[in-house]
Design a protein around this ligand. Structure first.
Ligand SMILES: Nc1nc2c(ncn2[C@@H]2O[C@H](COP(=O)(O)OP(=O)(O)OP(=O)(O)O)[C@@H](O)[C@H]2O)c(=O)[nH]1
Ligand SMILES: [Mg+2]
Length: 441
């Protein structure tokens, strides 16, 4: 179902999960990919641009919730906005009641009745079908045949030409049944005659649900049909058929959603079990492979914060302050294995004089945080000015030993050296490492 739309959205999001960090360029690419994919699925241009503007705005302006990386944040925003685009979670009647099916010729009304009857049968209710399509004699036979397949009763007389009379007889006949489903006549378009007939029928039956059947291959034109029936007849929900057989499903769903009439069911094939309750969250989750994305993100376990991105930019431009060092410590502590990455590059491991135990580092991060916080802005931006008396003051202010402050400064200087090596163009291996490293922070 909706393979192209699904694949398009998955591909767009995969680019994000694959990249190390998120910047404006990557975001713009994502926006473009989403636009292209939705437009190809016949979603209204205005809706598409509204959606992508919101995604972009939220991705750039909203602060990710705690514990959520910027990548996860963007994917979440895309997911949430797509869910909003396809409408609200519908309420499905699960107790005895009456449903009237309405829709134009060939929309899939009769076959959908059979699907819904089977759905309620499985829920333990006792459905019965009543055929009120008096315009097409063949419709009565079709309904009877389907009822036989499901082993449920059906009243579909060919000799009565008044749908209200049929409905009246049906209600009388099926008193013992608790889910009465009424078929109705279609037309090639919604005209006054059809609207009057359906309204009268609905007034008489007093259904709990008036389901409008719309074929998904209408694309965004579904909106007009949904609006027309909503105004002229009144509907409680929509059943979108033929979702399996069109590339325009995205347009049909979003077109219906903007009318405010909830999509309740979708038809996914000709078989009687090819029915799904429409749940926006589940639908979008499946469409974009949200479950897979989340596990992918978890696996990556990259800790990317806005600060570290900015820090990465500064480092790339040749600056490396105590603030950058602090961001780097945090990142390294969470990443775990920078040491092994560096160790695997021939010629580089020897350049780092003292092996850094990252585990120990993580334990020290808290202390370092206090030390760095006790430095003045000037000291943080230019640590070279930190002399013995400043060290004494910083140690006092942070509640640490002078030796610990010295150790921190030494670590900073080592890191600075390493950053110089990494950002310099010393052969392919180094450049590769630098790129990889940059991708991580
Ligand atoms: N692929 C696919 N075909 C469907 C689906 N629902 C219905 N159809 C097919 O669409 C055609 C029309 O379905 P009907 O149920 O006869 O439609 P209708 O609205 O009752 O048509 P009329 O009574 O002639 O107005 C049939 O060939 C169905 O098998 C669906 O979800 N997927
Ligand atoms: Mg029919």
């Amino acid at each position: 179902m909706l393979e192209k739309l699904s694949q398009g959205l998955k591909d767009a999001l995969k680019k994000i999960t694959k990249s190390g960090y998120i910047d404006k360029k990557i975001l713009d690419q994502l926006i473009k990919d989403i636009q292209r994919t939705l437009l190809a699925s016949d979603v209204d241009v205005k809706l598409v641009f509204e959606l992508t503007n919101t995604i972009k705005k939220r991705a750039l302006e909203e602060k990710p919730k705690q514990g959520i990386t910027p990548k996860e944040h963007v994917i979440n925003v895309v997911y949430e906005e797509l869910v909003k685009l396809v409408g609200k979670k519908p309420e499905i009647i699960l107790k005895p009641g009456k449903i009237l099916f309405i829709g134009l010729y060939g929309s899939g009304k009769t076959s959908s009745i059979a699907k819904v009857a089977r759905f309620y049968q499985k829920k333990g209710l006792k459905p019965a079908l009543i055929g009120c399509d008096v315009h097409r004699p063949a419709a009565m036979d079709q309904l009877k045949q389907l009822a036989e397949q499901l082993n449920i009763p059906c009243y579909a007389p060919k000799d009565i030409k008044n749908p209200i009379e049929i409905a009246k007889n049906g209600l009388e006949k099926f008193k013992k049944y608790d889910m009465l489903i009424f078929d109705s006549s279609g037309r090639s378009s919604l005209d006054k005659e059809l609207a009057d007939e359906l309204k009268k029928l609905a007034d008489f039956i007093k259904p709990d649900e008036v389901l409008l059947i719309i074929p998904a291959d209408l694309g965004q034109a579904a909106k007009e049909q949904a609006q027309g029936f909503k105004q002229l007849v009144g509907i409680t929900g929509i059943f979108l058929t033929k979702m399996d057989a069109t590339a325009r499903g995205g347009g049909a769903i979003t077109g219906c959603a903007v009318t405010g009439a909830p999509i309740k069911f979708i038809g996914l094939g000709e078989k009687l079990d090819a029915l799904e309750i429409f749940d926006p969250e589940r639908f979008i989750s499946k469409l974009i492979g949200f479950g897979d994305l989340q596990s992918l993100l978890e696996k990556a376990k990259e800790i990317v914060t806005k600060e570290t991105q900015e820090s990465a930019k500064r480092i790339a431009s040749g600056k490396f302050t105590m603030n950058d060092f602090y961001e780097q410590i945090k990142t390294m502590g969470k990443m775990g294995s920078l040491q092994s990455m560096i160790g695997s590059i021939p010629g580089l491991s020897g350049k780092i004089s003292k092996k850094v135990d990252l585990e120990q580092q993580e334990d020290k991060i808290k202390k370092w945080k206090y030390i760095i916080e006790s430095m003045t802005k000037q000291e943080r931006e230019n640590p070279d000015i930190i002399d013995a008396s400043r060290i004494r003051r910083i140690a006092k202010g942070s509640g640490t030993q002078e030796s610990e402050v010295r150790e921190l400064i030494k670590m900073y200087n080592q890191s600075k050296k390493m950053m110089k090596i990494l950002s310099g163009k010393r052969g392919n291996a180094l450049a590769r490492l630098a790129r990889r490293f940059k991708g991580f922070i």
